[in-house]
Design a protein around this ligand. Structure first.
Ligand code: ATP
Length: 340
C-alpha cells in the first residue's frame, strides 16, 4: 500500500464542512486503489489567529513543509497572511485554475474546457503599499524570471492537454507598457520554443468580455497574478459557480491544493456548501502526486473521483447553488459510493 502524508488546513467558514466531506472521499479510495493518506492537521486562518495570535503558526508551516502535499480549505480574512504568504515562501509560482462544463450543472454553454495559469508570486500581491504624498502607492512587480517560468508552465500544460492546444497571454501592455510589456514579450519569446502550440495575445478587458462571448474558444490562458485572480472567479461562474472551481498552487517540488472560493461565511454551518470544488481539488492533488512520484495508482484514483463526480451530478444529487436540494455530506457520500 502506498502512503502519503498530507498537511490539512481545515480553514474557516465552510472550510471544516467541505474538508471532512473531501477526506471521506479520499478515505474511500483506500481499499480500491491501495492508497493511504495520513492527514496532518495544520491550523491556519482566522480561527487559528484568534486562538494563537498567528494566522500561520510556525508549527503548521513545519508540518506543511514536511508533508508530501498540502490540502487547504479556504480561510477568511487572513488569506494574505496564510495562502498568499505560503505561495511566496514556498515559491508555488503556478496557480492552475481549470473551468470545465460538467453534466447536469447550469453552465453558460456546453463544451467549456479551459485552464487559467496564473502567475502566483509577484504583481500587486507582494503587498508593497506605501503612504505617499497624502495618498498610497502600491508597487506591482513583473520580472523576466517569473514571467518566463509561468509561460513555460502554460505551454507545457497545453502540450499535455487533448484538443485545441493553444495558449493566450492576457495582459494590458497598451497601458502598462513596461510591466505588462515585459510579460507579453517574455510570453512571445517562450512561445517560439513551443511551435506545436498556437499562441495569441489578448488585452485583459477583451479577455473578460470573450470569456462570456466565446468561452468555448479558450484552451490555456496565461496571465499575471491579479488578472488571473479576477478572471478565475468569472471563469468559475461560466461552469456552475465557485462551488465547482478547484485549483492547485504548484512549485518545483511542492504544491498546495485549494478550491478557488473563499470561506463563504453567508452559508457556513448550514450544510449547504458545495463540496465538489474541494473534491475536484483532491483529484488535482492525486494527479500531481502521480506525475511527480510516478505513481499510476494516484492517476487512476483521480480519474475515478472525476467519473464519480460526473455520475453523482447525472443522478441529480447536488447542492442548492447548482439547483439541487442535497446537503454537503449527502453529495460527498454519493461521490464516495460512485467510486465503486
Ligand atoms: P474571498 O475573498 O475569500 O475569495 P469571496 O468574497 O470571493 O471570498 P466567497 O467566500 O468565495 O467570497 O463566496 C462568494 C459567494 O459564493 C458567496 O455567496 C458564497 O456563499 C458562494 N460560495 C462560495 N463557495 C461556495 C460553495 N463551495 N458552495 C456554495 N456556494 C459557495
Amino acid at each position: 500500500m502506498t502512503s502519503y502524508t498530507i498537511a490539512l488546513i481545515e480553514g474557516d467558514g465552510i472550510g471544516p464542512e467541505i474538508s471532512s466531506t473531501s477526506l471521506a472521499v479520499l478515505e474511500a479510495l483506500r481499499t480500491r486503489f491501495d492508497l493511504r493518506f495520513e492527514f496532518r492537521p495544520s491550523p491556519a486562518g482566522d480561527a487559528c489567529k484568534a486562538r494563537t495570535g498567528e494566522a500561520l503558526p510556525q508549527s503548521s508551516l513545519s508540518t506543511i513543509k514536511d508533508s508530501d502535499a498540502c490540502l487547504k480549505a479556504p480561510v477568511g480574512d487572513t488569506a494574505a497572511e496564510t495562502i498568499v504568504k505560503l505561495r511566496q515562501m514556498l515559491n508555488l509560482y503556478a496557480n492552475i485554475r481549470p473551468s470545465k462544463s460538467l453534466p447536469n450543472v447550469p453552465s453558460l454553454r456546453p463544451g467549456i474546457d479551459f485552464v487559467i495559469v496564473r502567475e502566483n508570486t509577484e504583481c500587486l500581491y507582494r503587498g508593497m503599499e506605501f503612504e505617499f504624498d497624502g495618498g498610497v502607492v502600491a508597487l506591482r512587480t513583473i520580472t523576466r524570471v517569473a514571467s518566463a517560468r509561468i509561460a513555460k508552465h502554460a505551454f507545457e500544460l497545453a502540450e499535455q492537454r487533448d484538443g485545441a492546444r493553444k495558449v493566450v497571454a492576457v495582459h494590458k501592455s497598451n497601458v502598462l507598457r513596461k510591466s505588462d510589456g515585459l510579460f507579453s514579450q517574455v510570453c512571445r519569446e517562450v512561445s517560439s520554443q513551443h511551435p506545436s502550440i498556437a499562441f495569441s495575445e489578448m488585452l485583459v478587458d477583451s479577455a473578460a468580455m470573450n470569456l462570456i462571448r466565446i468561452p468555448e474558444s479558450f484552451d490555456v490562458m496565461v496571465t499575471t497574478n491579479m488578472y488571473g485572480d479576477i478572471l478565475s472567479d468569472e471563469a468559475a461562474q461560466l461552469v456552475g459557480g465557485l462551488g465547482m472551481a478547484p485549483s492547485a498552487n504548484i512549485g518545483e517540488r511542492f504544491a498546495i491544493f485549494e478550491p478557488v472560493h473563499g470561506a463563504a461565511p453567508d452559508i457556513a454551518g448550514r450544510a449547504a456548501a458545495n463540496p465538489l470544488a474541494m473534491i475536484l481539488t483532491s483529484a488535482m492533488m492525486l494527479e500531481w502526486l502521480s506525475k511527480t512520484r510516478g505513481d499510476a495508482s494516484c492517476a487512476e484514483a483521480a480519474s475515478s473521483i472525476r467519473t464519480a463526480v460526473n455520475r453523482t451530478l447525472e443522478s441529480g444529487v447536488k447542492t442548492s447553488d447548482l439547483g439541487g436540494s442535497n446537503s454537503t455530506s449527502e453529495v460527498g457520500a454519493a461521490v464516495a459510493r460512485q467510486l465503486g
